[in-house]
Design a protein around this ligand. Sequence first.
Ligand code: UD1
Ligand code: MG
Length: 455
Amino acid sequence: MPIALIVLGAGKGTRMNSDLPKVLHKIAHAPMLWHAMRAGAVLEPTACVVVAGHGADQVEASAKAWDEDAVVVLQEEQLGTAHAVAQAFPALDGFEGDAIVLYGDTPFISEETLNAMAEARSRHDVVVLGFEAADPARYGRLVTEGDTLLKIVEFKDATEEERAITLCNSGVVAADANVLKDLITAVGNDNASGEYYLTDIVEIARSNGLSATVVRCPEAETMGVNSRADLAAAEAAFQARMRAEALETGITMAAPETVHFAWDTVIGRDSEIEQNVVFGPNVTIESGARIRAFSHLEGCHVSRGSIVGPYARLRPGAELAEDVHVGNFVEVKNAILHEGVKANHLTYIGDAEIGEKTNIGAGTITCNYDGVFKHKTTIGKNAFIGSDTMLVAPVTIGDGAMTGSGSVITKDVPPGALALERADMTVKDGLATKLFNMLKAKKAKQQAAKAAQDT
Ligand code: UD1
Ligand code: MG
């Protein structure tokens, strides 16, 4: 059965108190919209329509970044959830199959839940996703009789008796696309909010002789985000799930509660992630790597056997081959470190390629930026870069070459050569003692003068 996703994201999100459209606020570095689209993607939809309103251009760019085939339609005025869904139908012209409505601000619907809804659709015309709410607050209430969903009442329109119901509406709805379109056409706005409620389709369906039912899911999945506090709570819930999954897949974490994942972090089995490690987007860590405490990684790849940190920073384009060591206060950006490279202390490596088993001394810096352009540093294998070497790019250091500590390297160094760039050292016997004595005598004289003045 072909499936079309309709993702609602036109609402303003007033309570976010933000210039950014609500659905573009991020959880684990991905906009909520992506989470919702990703949730729906498990059904392998043949079409995905996103309904945008506030900040539609930004929402469109974000939707396309996730799925370039997604169609974004504009709901100019937000007249309610049924009106929002109605905007999607022109984009689904000729589509035959099921439509599933998801909310862009409800990012955590699981695969099992969506599959259960698809399954329930084989027995009922309209399937609504519900949940038992610990605090039903202002959610729509699901009025049921056995397996049958009789109607959905919005809190504002509910009687005292209906408000006592704890089975609530998540907003997720599945029905045949053409049936849904007909039902929505029949929805009016004669209610407490003067809005076109998607929830009204249940009663309309039943009065047309169609059947409706409810599929239940854990409340955690239907967690909606309406405020920054909700966003923080959703982030915490997502992190808790990522940590549990990481432990489950065989990753060692002594303090998982201090590790922050991105939505797409991939870590191989038998890796160790120490305390207070932060993963930005697009990080892959191979099996058996060790990421030590207080490291920050984004857009990078760390191979088997490598050790990163403590206090290391891997930025986008950092590519560490096997058994590479990147130590404390080392920053790596857009650079390939081949097998066995060591950069253990206080170093910046940017726009570079470093050959296998080369050692980068403490305090080495690739001077990659001239104020306008970025330049590349290439270092061969088995080279030794002395401490505090400044590599002024573009520059190439050959295989097996050395640079003397403190050198500013502005020209290429051939393989096997030693490059030294610093003034000759001179030693003056006894001069330090003489200088110390002079300075101490001067200080004693100043103190004596001050004492005389004070008396
Ligand atoms: C809706 C449901 C309610 C349910 C709750 C779950 C209706 C009438 N009510 O209420 O039963 O318990 O969600 O969270 O459906 N949107 C648009 N265009 C609009 C209006 C809304 O795109 O004109 C989008 C919003 O961006 C949001 C979603 O639809 O993603 C839900 O809208 P919202 O205003 O939050 O509905 P609720 O009042 O929470
Ligand atoms: Mg809402």
